[in-house]
Ligand binder design. Structure first.
Ligand SMILES: Nc1ncnc2c1ncn2[C@@H]1O[C@H](COP(=O)(O)OP(=O)(O)OP(=O)(O)O)[C@@H](O)[C@H]1O
Length: 276
C-alpha cells in the first residue's frame, strides 16, 4: 500500500465546504515558559469522527487534549468547538484520564451523581438517578454502585470513569490513555463497551478524541489517526485515514490487508521515521 493511499491531508474527503467542524484547531502553539511544546498545529475534526492521537512520549499529546478540554489555553492560535472558541472547560466536553480520577471517599454511584450535579445542574434529581442507573448498568457496575473505588479492580474503576463521562451527556468525549493501565483482555472489553456506548443512539456524543500509545487500539477504534512529531516544537506529522468498515471485528481485522498496511506504516513511522 502506498503512502499516498493511506494518508490524507488534515481536511478529510467527506468535509463539505459548508460543514462546520466539530472541533477546529487552528495555528496552535503552546509554550510553557521558554519551552515550546506545540508549534503550528492545525486539525479539523468532523461531526461523528473518532480520532486518535499517537506519538512518542513527551510529544505533546496530552497538551493538545488539555487545550481541547479547556484546561489550558493556546499561547497562539485558537481551538473551537462547533464554531465557538474554547476558553475553558465546559459541560459539552467530558474527559477520562488513565488514572480514573474518581473521588475515593464517594461510592461508585455518588461519583457519577456528583459529576452530573456539577456538569448538568439543571437536570432534575429523578432524571439524574435514572441516567446514573442506566450508565452503571451499561458498564456492568450497577451491582457495585455502593462500593468505594478502592474496593474495585482497575478495569472496574475505569468503567466507572467512563460511565461518569457518559452520564454528563457530553457532545465530545476526551480520553487520555484511558486503557493504558489495563491488561489486554480488560482493555479489549472496555474498547468494545466504549464503541457500543458511543454508537448507541441515545449517547448524544458526536466525537471522541483519544490519546493512546497503542497502535492496534488506535486502528481498531478510530476513523482517523493523528501522528504527532517528536517534541519540542511538536506538530502533526501525518493524519491517517482508517478505511475499515464498522462494526469492526477484531478477529477478522488481524488478517485484513488494510489493517496490516496501516499497522506496518505506523510501526515504520514511530519506530524509524520518528525514532528518537
Ligand atoms: N505544565 C507544564 N509545564 C512545563 N512543561 C510541560 C507542562 N505540561 C507539559 N509539559 C511538557 O510539554 C511536553 C509535552 O507534554 P505532554 O504531557 O503533552 O506529552 P505526551 O505526549 O502526552 O507524553 P506522554 O505520552 O508521556 O504522556 C513535555 O516535554 C512536557 O514535559
Amino acid at each position: 500500500m502506498t503512502h499516498s493511499l493511506m494518508t490524507q491531508s488534515v481536511t478529510p474527503v467527506q468535509s463539505a465546504p459548508s460543514l462546520t467542524p466539530a472541533l477546529s484547531v487552528s495555528g496552535v502553539h503552546k509554550s510553557f515558559g521558554s519551552f515550546v511544546a506545540l508549534e503550528g498545529v492545525d486539525l479539523d475534526i468532523w461531526p461523528g469522527e473518532f480520532i486518535s492521537i499517537i506519538g512518542h512520549s513527551g510529544c505533546g499529546k496530552s497538551t493538545l487534549l488539555n487545550l481541547v478540554a479547556g484546561l489550558s489555553l493556546p499561547t497562539e492560535g485558537s481551538v473551537s468547538l462547533f464554531g465557538r472558541p474554547i476558553d475553558g472547560p465546559g459541560p459539552e466536553r467530558a474527559m477520562v484520564f488513565q488514572n480514573y480520577s474518581l473521588l475515593p471517599w464517594l461510592s461508585v454511584k455518588q461519583n457519577v451523581l456528583e459529576a452530573m450535579k456539577a456538569s448538568v445542574p439543571q437536570m432534575k434529581r429523578a432524571e439524574r438517578e435514572e441516567v446514573c442507573e442506566g450508565v452503571l448498568k451499561m458498564v456492568g457496575l450497577w451491582a457495585h454502585r455502593d462500593k468505594k473505588p478502592s474496593l474495585l479492580s482497575g478495569g472496574q474503576r475505569q468503567r466507572v470513569a467512563i460511565a461518569r463521562a457518559f452520564a454528563v451527556q457530553p457532545r465530545v468525549l476526551l480520553l487520555d490513555e484511558p486503557f493504558g493501565a489495563l491488561d489486554a483482555i480488560t482493555k479489549g472489553n472496555l474498547q468494545d463497551e466504549l464503541l457500543g456506548m458511543w454508537s448507541g443512539a441515545e449517547s448524544g456524543i458526536s466525537n471522541v478524541l483519544m490519546v493512546t500509545h497503542d497502535i492496534d487500539e488506535a486502528i481498531y477504534l478510530s476513523d482517523r489517526i493523528v501522528v504527532m512529531s517528536n517534541g519540542p516544537h511538536a506538530h502533526i506529522h501525518e493524519v491517517l485515514k482508517v478505511n475499515l468498515e464498522r462494526p469492526r471485528e477484531r478477529a477478522k481485522l488481524v488478517n485484513d490487508p488494510v489493517y496490516l498496511g496501516l499497522k506496518a506504516h505506523m510501526l515504520d513511522l514511530l519506530g524509524r521515521v520518528l525514532a528518537h
